[in-house]
Write a protein that binds this ligand. Structure first.
Ligand SMILES: [Zn+2]
Length: 174
């Protein structure tokens, strides 16, 4: 089910979305962008766009046709959380942090959503694929920088062991 279909099932439309955060610019995380183009704000890290423009368009990665003509908010890091010490504090209160987890791509982000109690959920898209990824440190087949990916996976592993973490979760937008 596409995002617009899922929204419609809840009597909502993409124009009702305040923010759409893109984790990274692979096809299974970005080729549905047109479906949410009327959202108020669509965010992609500037590092991710820089990474995407270094590569020729392909069917699976960094294909500019997925975002051509769409008004993207390319943001710079404004905080220092995560494995690379680069993050973006979305609301200025650290309740939602977009945390750079480089490796699979360069500007990929995980989203850490923290409740007032301090407990949090971590969404990390292709930062890992299944529990085995971070338990046994299995990096992905598609990689931009394997050394960085390993560091990011180690950080995800630390988060999975934290008593404050609720659950590591996979995140994708179709
Ligand atoms: Zn990916």
């Amino acid at each position: 089910m596409t995002v617009p279909e899922q929204l419609a099932a809840q009597d909502l439309s993409p124009a009702d979305l305040d923010v759409v955060v893109i984790s990274h610019l692979d096809c299974d995380h970005a080729n549905g962008l047109r479906g949410v183009r009327n959202a108020r704000r669509i965010m992609v890290s500037r590092d991710e766009m820089r990474c995407a423009t270094r590569f020729p368009n392909s069917l699976v990665r960094f294909n500019a046709s997925w975002w051509r003509g769409i008004d993207l908010d390319l943001y710079d890091w404004n905080d220092h959380e995560g494995p690379a010490g680069r993050s973006y504090d979305l609301f200025g209160d650290r309740s939602v942090q977009l945390i750079n987890i480089p490796g699979h791509t360069d500007g990929q982000v995980a989203m850490k959503i923290t409740a007032p109690s301090g407990r949090y959920v971590l969404l990390f898209a292709d930062g890992g694929y299944a529990t085995r990824s971070w338990r046994d440190m299995v990096t992905s087949g598609i990689v931009y920088d394997r050394h960085a990916q390993r560091s990011s996976l180690e950080w995800i592993r630390e988060q999975s062991l934290s008593p404050l973490g609720l659950a590591p979760m996979y995140w994708t937008v179709h």
